[in-house]
Write a protein that binds this ligand. Structure first.
Ligand SMILES: C[S@@+](CC[C@H](N)C(=O)[O-])C[C@H]1O[C@@H](n2cnc3c(N)ncnc32)[C@H](O)[C@@H]1O
Length: 276
């Protein structure tokens, strides 16, 4: 049965207002399927009944966060779309090592990190390929608006399906410990990453100036003014020679003229205009 129009519109405007997530008209099935288990766990016999409960619940109630968690798409995996990691390993990080030799510090941001695979991939890559960084101050920050994914990211724990998406048996053996059907990142890897809550459309907290920002597969959910505002904010929190890596379906082109593109292998890297 189709969702009543008023219910669908209530949920789509909630998603837009809270996270800038656009749910296109006609995606009733998406809303139904994402909210059905919350409906059951809140003793509602249908999604419309659950939405009417939500309407009566004040925004400060944790139920609103749970709905937002349910509506976000958290798909991710280790070394996703390998090209950006190749560009980091072959060109971006070797160059940064020269540029930052005096400070001996590097900072990375996995914005919209989901369950943490991107941040841990970066940590493993640094350990595997750049032993000379072992006594540098390395900061890898992961942020996401969804609280449930952050719990998993901080734990660094993955099930059999997740651990086998993108990792070789050798990396699993070296960096994870297995307990039954759960693999957990070792303490050294977990110490390298720091996961924090952050909604990209709310006022940004104080952040360090980053050398590299990975903000992949999240702008696709936003409208043009939201993408433009986020790109402006990223420009302000990136080192002048820093690099921004976006998802393969995302770009700064026709959105924000303050970025230049550099092709590195199969990856496109975005840098502030004038960066060398
Ligand atoms: C598809 S995942 C991408 C994960 C990872 N960056 C990757 O490419 O594999 C998108 C993530 O963006 C997060 N997200 C969606 N809207 C957001 C917002 N307004 N602020 C912060 N994170 C958001 C979701 O919670 C989700 O974890």
């Amino acid at each position: 049965m189709a969702l009543p129009t008023a219910d669908f519109e209530f949920v789509t405007s909630f998603a837009r207002r809270s996270a800038a997530i656009i749910i296109e008209p006609g995606k009733d099935y998406f809303v139904e399927s994402r909210l059905s288990s919350l409906a059951s766990s809140n003793a509602c016999s249908s999604v419309p009944e659950f939405i009417s409960l939500l309407r009566k619940t004040p925004p400060s109630n944790p139920l609103h966060n749970k709905v937002l968690d349910a509506l976000t798409t958290n798909e991710t995996f280790f070394f996703r779309d390998i090209a950006p990691f190749d560009a980091l390993r072959e060109t971006i990080i070797p160059k940064l090592i020269t540029q930052r030799a005096a400070q001996r510090s590097l900072s990375f941001w996995s914005a919209a990190s989901s369950t943490g695979q991107e941040a841990y991939s970066l940590a493993m890559m640094l350990r595997e390929h750049f032993p000379q960084l072992s006594d540098w101050a390395i900061q890898i920050i992961g942020t996401d608006l969804c609280s449930t994914v952050l719990v998993q990211a901080r734990a660094g724990s993955y099930n059999e399906f997740e651990i086998n998406r993108g990792l070789s048996p050798a990396l699993i053996k070296k960096y994870f410990t297995q307990d039954g059907k759960i693999w957990t990142a070792n303490a050294e890897l977990r110490r390298m990453v720091d996961f924090r809550p952050m909604n990209l459309i709310e006022p940004w907290p104080r952040l360090p100036l980053f050398d590299v920002v990975l903000m992949r597969n999240v702008m696709i959910y936003f409208d043009v003014p939201t993408k433009q505002a986020i790109l402006r904010n990223i420009g302000a929190t990136l080192q002048p020679q820093g690099s921004l890596l976006l998802g393969s379906a995302e770009t700064t082109l026709n959105l924000d003229a303050s970025w230049q593109t550099v092709g590195l292998g199969r990856a496109t890297v975005y840098q502030p205009v004038g960066a060398k």
